[in-house]
Ligand binder design. Structure first.
Ligand code: ZN
Length: 647
């Protein structure tokens, strides 16, 4: 990523770009009321247009999938670009020269009209061509070791050309000399990570190695990965990658993504492999959604990149991400870590491990293209892989081992985002362990509850900095997880909050007061309810606009956008034609639905407590009686609630 663009230049780009024109490149718009235009959303599949643009405000919002923002966020999302790239792209269209915070900018260096980022990209383009020409020059022996390496792994010249593979000569100055002849400055070569600076001047960073160009999503080369070929290579590392530069951040790049992007977007499947040769092998075998990280573990930024491309949206059928890992312990550890990360997206993760632990490149050599495709097609859910890997640590022949395994595996089931899948997985795993389903289910609920208590406090800042999304300039920092509307309970919560925001007069004080934030599952919903409860009841009896303003003021910063969305989104119910209001019965059902779900969770917890107490020989009978009574009271409360709703 390039140095920071000056804030006033970003503002100028936004002001001078017409959001309507930019959106019209992707979406057909039609007028929809005063000052707004509508079209089919480019970010989710829909048949009825809910994607709205307000040119005068310079913003867009989709009422279907919730995407929204300004012209820069639109370009970022639709073109799969970073923030900086989006600004640069729009600036180029406007003919506007950008200035960067470190004082560099377009127009420097002898009148060249290219900006700093563009100069570095150009240097990489020239370097890639240089390396490739040397590899492919069969008349010369310089790169023979590189060609041999590729041939041994099943790659011919056409394959090398397709992926832009090249060879960095061992003499140590060939590229530096070439770039200098092409007019690049020493600073550009060093800053771009192509040359190093030593006591005797510049030297090539990659020497005597096979090099793969690492490209960004638009296909521009931003760095290189280089493999050791010679025993006398002074650098022992098998792979050497470009260090962090203004255009290369290893946590933000995926090797092969430029080639895989189209397949990932249309198939909605990404395949994460471990190395450059694995990416090549997979693509050549027909698995065209294959990518690899470059010298780093698969991380949060990589997830963000893939999500944007595969349209990992709640409304869509889940996208698939398949990880291939070595069958060894390190690979399994990586899989377990990825499973933790997995909870950040709606996509379903799978793991593909070849029976004999071969990577895709070896597999293609040994068994051909079809075997690589079969490996990916036969991937098992990440959950299953994680659960089996965990269970394997315990001795299931003893009762203690089974209980320990159950405790270890319960959090994995409890962390599956799609709650409707949990009972099925609970049954499956209890079968593997040979224990009662009910016992397993209680353990899963317990694990799930610990997680909820841990994460659902909206006032709590995320523990890890990883969890804080990168704020766009001028945007508030912390945000809460987007409520998963596929969960019917969460969807009911949302409708209730919408009604509370839009039709405050329809609710009496007692009802509003009786709603407790912890009765809501989604942290963002709890935070909105906080705003509603804090806003003075007097506002609720005033105008709706004043009420919305009061709730917005009272709500935590992170959910103010959500309050705005809730205030305009339409309620999925038939309105009373005589009053123009949502029917009272519908509103009561929403309040009841949220309470019922909360009671359900409380009852499940209470049952687990009672069952544990029953199985514990040390339990005080009076204590057990009390717990049983508490459970009974909750059950009666739920029966009464349901009777009230159906009467
Ligand atoms: Zn949408």
């Amino acid at each position: 990523m390039a140095g920071r663009i000056r804030a006033e230049d970003i503002t100028a780009v936004k002001e001078r770009t017409s959001i309507e024109d930019v959106v019209r490149d992707h979406v057909t718009l039609r007028p929809a009321g005063v000052g707004s235009l509508k079209g089919l959303c480019p970010f989710h599949d829909e048949k009825t247009p809910s994607f709205t643009v307000r040119p005068a405000v310079g913003s867009y919002h989709c009422f279907g999938c919730g995407e929204g923002g300004d012209v820069l966020s639109f370009v970022q999302k639709v073109e799969h670009l970073s923030f900086t790239e989006s600004v640069e792209r729009l600036a180029a269209k406007l003919g506007l020269e950008l200035r960067y915070e470190d004082g560099t900018g377009s127009g420097r260096d002898g009148g060249t009209s290219l900006g700093k980022r563009s100069r570095l990209l150009e240097a990489h383009r020239v370097a890639q061509e240089f390396y490739a020409s040397i590899l492919l020059d069969t008349a010369s022996a310089v790169a023979r070791a590189g060609r041999d390496f590729l041939r041994d792994r099943g790659f011919d010249a056409a394959a090398a050309e397709r992926f832009g593979v090249g060879f960095a000569p061992g003499d140590g100055e060939a590229l530096t000399r070439h770039l200098r002849e092409r007019g690049f400055t020493e600073d550009e070569m060093v800053t771009g990570g192509l040359s190093g600076r030593g006591s005797r001047g510049l030297y090539d960073r990659f020497r005597g190695r096979l090099v793969w160009p690492i490209r960004d999503t638009t296909g521009d080369t931003v760095g290189f990965g280089a493999r050791r070929l010679f025993d006398d290579d002074p650098i022992a590392a098998k792979y050497l990658n470009t260090a962090e530069t203004p255009i290369y951040k290893k946590s933000h790049v995926l090797y092969g993504l430029d080639a895989a992007k189209r397949s990932i977007a249309t198939e909605r499947q990404a395949v994460v492999v471990e190395g450059y040769t694995d990416v090549m092998a997979a693509h050549l075998a027909g698995v065209e959604g294959a990518v690899a990280t470059c010298g780093t573990a698969f991380g949060v930024e990589h997830i963000k990149i893939l999500r944007r491309i595969m349209r990992d949206e709640a409304e869509l059928a889940p996208a698939r991400v398949v990880f291939t890992f070595d069958g060894d312990a390190a690979g399994q550890k990586a899989a377990m870590k990825a499973f933790g990360e997995d909870q950040r997206w709606a996509a379903q993760s799978f793991v593909a491990v070849a029976p004999d632990g071969m990577d895709p490149c070896d597999l293609r050599i040994a068994k051909g293209d079809a075997a690589v495709r079969a490996l990916v097609d036969g991937a098992v859910p990440m959950f299953e892989f994680a659960a089996r890997t965990t269970i394997r640590r315990f001795d299931l022949d003893t009762a203690e081992g089974r209980v320990e395994a159950m405790k270890a595996v319960a959090p994995i089931i409890g962390s599956i985002r799609d709650t409707s899948m949990r009972p099925e997985y609970t049954r499956t795993v209890s079968g593997w362990l040979g224990i009662e389903v009910e016992q397993m289910a209680a353990e899963v609920r317990k694990a799930g509850r610990v997680r909820r208590d841990d994460t659902h406090d909206p006032t709590r800042r995320p523990a890890s900095t990883d969890e804080v999304p990168e704020p766009a300039p001028g945007e508030a920092a912390a945000s809460l997880p987007v409520p998963d509307l596929r969960d019917p309970v969460v969807f009911t919560e949302r409708q209730l909050l919408q009604a509370l925001v839009q039709y405050p007069q329809q609710f009496d004080d007692a009802t509003v007061h009786s709603l407790e934030p912890h009765a809501f599952v989604a942290p963002a919903h709890r935070a909105v309810l906080d705003g509603i409860r804090i806003a003075a009841p007097t506002h609720r009896r005033g105008s709706t606009a004043a009420w919305v303003a009061a709730v917005t003021d009272a709500a935590p910063l992170a959910v103010r956008g959500l309050v705005a969305e809730l205030s305009v989104a339409s309620l999925p119910t038939r309105f009373d034609p005589s009053t123009g209001l949502p029917p009272q019965r519908y509103l009561e059902a929403l309040v009841g639905g949220v309470r019922d779900a909360h009671l359900g969770r409380q009852i499940a917890d209470a049952m687990a407590t009672v069952r544990r107490a029953q199985n514990d020989p040390d339990t005080d009978p009076a204590d057990l009686r009390e717990r049983t009574m508490a459970l009974h009271r909750l059950e009666i409360e739920r029966v009464r609630l349901r009777e009230g709703l159906s009467s």
